[in-house]
Write a protein that binds this ligand. Sequence first.
Ligand code: ITT
Length: 199
Amino acid sequence: MSGEVYLVTRNEGKLKEAKDILAPFSISVKSIYEICDIGKVEEKGENYAHNALLKARAGFINTGKISLGEDSGLEVDYLRGAPGLYSARFGGENVSSGDKISLLLKSLQGVPQEERTARFVCVVALVWEGGEEIFRGVCEGYIAEEPRGNTGFGYDPIFIFPPEVKTFAELGSEFKNRYSHRSRAFRQCAEFLIGEVFH
Ligand code: ITT
C-alpha cells in the first residue's frame, strides 16, 4: 500500500465503496472509529463541502491521521433539489432506507420520466498536516417508478443510470464504483494524495 487514510463516517455503505475505489491506487481506507471514538460529528454546514470538512477536521484534530470526510446526497429536480443535503434525514431521523424511498416515490407519483431527473453529489474533504482540500463528484440520472435491484445502499434501488437504463442497485458494486459520484470524487482525491501528500 502506498498510504493509509481514515474516513470519518458511520455509514458502512460509503466506507465499503471508498475502500474499493481507492484499493487500485494502493491506498488503504479505514474508519476513524476503528482507532478513536470521536463521537457523532454534527452536520451543521450549509453545503456538502462544509459538512465534509467538519467531519474530516474532527478526524484530524482527534487523531493526527490523514482524514477524509464525505458528504453526499440525492438532488431531485422536480423537488427543487430535495432531499439534497438532507438525504440521510429525509422523512426524519432513524427512518429506514425503504421508508425514505417510499416517501420519495410518493412525492413523484404521476410525474413523467422526463421530469424525474436527479443527480447524486459527493464531496470529499481531505485534512492533513499540510492543509485542506475538497473534491467533488456528480452522477446524473433519473428516479425510477419503483425500486429495482438489491445491491448498494440508500437510494440506489431508485436511481437509474441512463446509459444502462438500470438502477445502481441492479448494476452492482463493481459497475457503480466505476461511474458513481463517489468514484469521481474519491479518484480525484487519490490522485492528489499520491501526488501531494504521501512521500
Ligand atoms: P456519515 O455522515 O456518517 O458519513 P451519512 O449516511 O449520514 O453518513 P450523509 O450525511 O452524507 O451520510 O448522507 C448521505 C445520504 O445520501 C446517505 O445516507 C444516503 O441516504 C444518500 N446517498 C449518498 N450516496 C449514496 C449512494 O451512493 N447511493 C445511495 N444513496 C446515497
